[in-house]
Design a protein around this ligand. Structure first.
Ligand SMILES: Cc1cc2nc3c(=O)[nH]c(=O)nc-3n(C[C@H](O)[C@H](O)[C@H](O)COP(=O)(O)OP(=O)(O)OC[C@H]3O[C@@H](n4cnc5c(N)ncnc54)[C@H](O)[C@@H]3O)c2cc1C
Length: 180
């Protein structure tokens, strides 16, 4: 027995890549795709959990989120139709757990400086994860409207001080405008 206050069960997936592998298509941690969602076989496209893609902050990985499955599928469809596509988005996901709406965008950098806007005890707050002054990750708990701006701050690689992000008197939209 291990005494503890809480237990977190992490349930994930293993990508079904055997069909692609058997067809001679490049597979690593998932089916390897470029920013057009094209595999090593130009007639074959992959999207969603199964696709290993360019990471927004570098590296290659699979995104296991509903939003990526929807957005990357759309990008793959446009690419199949011959349109210009360069899909590379920061991860964004949400989950409703009892009375909590939890959303996250981006990544949590190593040694991140964390700025909290709102009171964590109130179960309604925003957390910003900074690398230097670059906003790389945004977490909202019961503050979904703030994710609209938070996502764009991450996508635009906006910079701001932890003090201004934590200050509820500073408009996030103004910080976004300054970053544009
Ligand atoms: C427990 C759990 C909780 C999650 N919670 C969240 C969440 O809160 N928020 C969030 O954003 N994401 C969440 N996710 C992730 C989200 O469910 C996935 O990112 C999303 O469903 C991926 O969609 P997809 O179309 O890429 O893959 P899937 O939804 O897995 O669809 C792939 C389909 O392909 C089929 N298939 C596989 N091989 C073959 C084959 N050879 N021939 C024909 N069909 C085949 C499979 O049966 C499956 O139906 C969760 C996932 C899990 C497991």
């Amino acid at each position: 027995m291990i005494p503890c206050d809480a237990v977190i069960v992490g349930v994930g997936i293993v990508p079904a890549t055997s069909l692609a592998r058997d067809a001679g298509i490049g597979v690593n941690n998932g089916i390897i795709v470029d920013r057009r969602c094209q595999t090593s076989n130009p007639a074959v496209f992959a999207a969603g959990d199964v696709a290993e893609q360019d990471g927004f902050f570098g590296g290659r990985f699979r995104q296991e989120t509903y939003q990526n499955a929807a957005d990357q599928a759309q990008a793959a469809a446009l690419a199949m139709l011959g349109q210009e596509v360069s899909y590379c988005k920061p991860m964004w996901y949400w989950s409703d757990q009892f009375d909590l709406n939890i959303q996250f965008c981006g990544q949590i950098p190593v040694d991140a400086e964390v700025a909290i806007r709102g009171e964590m005890d109130s179960n309604a707050f925003v957390a910003f994860f900074l690398a230097g002054q670059a906003i790389e990750g945004v977490l909202t708990v019961n503050r979904a409207p703030d994710m609209g701006v938070g996502k764009r701050l991450v996508e635009r690689r906006a910079r701001a001080s932890a003090a201004s992000l934590a200050d509820a008197g500073v408009s996030l939209r103004d910080l976004l405008k300054q970053a544009s």
